[in-house]
Design a protein around this ligand. Sequence first.
Ligand code: CA
Length: 444
Amino acid sequence: MILRAFFFDMDGVLFDSMPNHARAWENVAMRHSLDFTARDCYINEGRTGQDVIAEALRKSGRTNVTEEEIWTIYREKTEEFHRLGGAPAMTGMKEVLNEIRVTDTPSCQSQIWVVTGSGQKTLFDKLNEVYPGIFMRERMITAYDVTHGKPAPEPYLKAWQRSGLPKEQCFVIENAPLGVRAGKAAGLFTIAVNTGPLTRQDLYNEGADMVLDDMGQLLTFIRLHSYVETQILPLYDTFDSAHNRQHALAVIQESLNLVRELTLRQSPLNNRDLSAPLSAASPLISYAIAALHDVGLQTDREHHHLHSGTFVRRDAFLKTLFPADEIELMAQAVEDHRASRPEPPRSIYGRIVAEADRMLEPMTVIRRTVQFGCRHYPELSEEEHIKRAIAHLNEKYGEKGYLRLWLDTARNRQLLAQLRSMMTDTRQLQTLLLRMLKEEKTAQ
Ligand code: CA
């Protein structure tokens, strides 16, 4: 049975309250000649009112401010917020919550939590009024439950502890950079839904595992996740140990890390133009590709990448989530994931999955080299094995080696540098190879 917990932030996730907060701050800032924009409001979301005011004053170069003025600004902002009207439900959120309830079958059960810095006593009634029958009092973490609010990890750690589930089965849903920081500091998979005017980079900068554009995409993710957990990952349980469920999960996480790294590398054209579209790899498409890249192993090993492509093109469920052109992009990417393919992958998605699938971790590379030698040249002596392994490592991974990386990423550079530094110390490398050789021979 699949168990999951979703930890929803409130402002900017469950309620579309941020535009009124931003407008209230802007109006009050103008009245007090403070340099504080709507963007500043979104960047500082999660801090207490007093901390936000202190930040606005600091940014405006105002140092000699009285405690009284701070309270005046705070009171005016609160009045302004209420004058602007209530906070409506976030567009698309009802569908998300209903989907989670619908997928609640005996094989997949989800907990729905609220994790907020808010301390309103009437919070539960308000939630129940807008989203009837979804939330439970005992599944709420509010300002009253914690000593240190976001961006400290405490609120999310508390929710996780009370959920009783392993961390891998918990999801944080946030909209603000400081909330993302809290989710990541708690060691949880954190999805940022960019419901405000920030850039994707603002949210990826804090380490978000995925940045989605709206609740429609979150709905797609939740459906995709249920499908992957119940239909796809069990296939990997039948594959060999180099292609098991752990491998699939590692490729998924690494693909998402690469999407983050690539997005952060593209600086937004203009930070002030908050509506400027940013073309970047979609984390949803990358997630699906990573989950499906090895499913063709069911059919046969030699051409498994091509069988994975056929699987993706024929899959009826994927067609309910993605348009035809995106499915074709996914099919090509899984076909292109094999490291031994001489041509470069046809799209950025193929490059991402090929790189995520590539095991450059030095000890893994060295052990695989030894294993290959044992399998293909059983007649060699120990000395000859070591010689062959060193020659292969230099030919492929040396400074002038034939290894081609499809993406120049920080992780690849770092792992390759580690491997090369191990290769320069020949005596130590020989010792390591001899040890691995003996281990492999014993294991045979
Ligand atoms: Ca929020």
